[in-house]
Design a protein around this ligand. Sequence first.
Ligand SMILES: [Zn+2]
Length: 216
Amino acid sequence: MQRHICGYHRDTEDDWVAELDCGHNQHVRHNPPWTNRRWVTTHAGREAHIGSALNCVKCDEGAPRDWLPAPHAHDDTVWRKGAGAIRWGRVIAVWLLIALAESVHGTLRQLFLAPVVGDMPARQMAVLSGSAIIFLVTWLCGRWMALPGRRAQLLAGACWVLLTIAFEVGVGLALGYSAERMLSDYDLRQGGLMAFGLLFMFGSPWLAARLRDARG
Ligand SMILES: [Zn+2]
């Protein structure tokens, strides 16, 4: 079963052990030419692999959780800085990137698409291309965000949705849009598909991580 790395410690032989989000431990050795994991030898490499997936055979076997060394008992061997934590600064930075890309996308839509097909059809089509932009940015930044596990991925998605709604309302108020105009984007009866866009945004960090895992 694919599980995510949420921390590391060293065993008594000084080999690195990854702590997975299922509560199992797994050796991550750099032992060339048999096992090549140069990343495990550096702090930056280990940090970059927080949140990446390993196949956990112990889960498949239904084994009980592994014992973890107490974090302060072996300060020199245990490395837990940021383990299992969501780096909200990075989550928000990626959202800003998405918001920037979507703003450019929205401007192009208003300039070139809306005059041809009409305002509401243009906004509906933009939900599709807008979702593609969200997924592309999420995919490209996924490793950098290093969200440790499904719960973190869904929390990040929820955070993005809240930021997006706050942003849309803020822009709408600044431009003096009526409440009806803003809500029509979300109203399915009026053809507003924005709710689907937000749902997709909520799931995209999780979806991108699943696809990355599937590719190994
Ligand atoms: Zn496991």
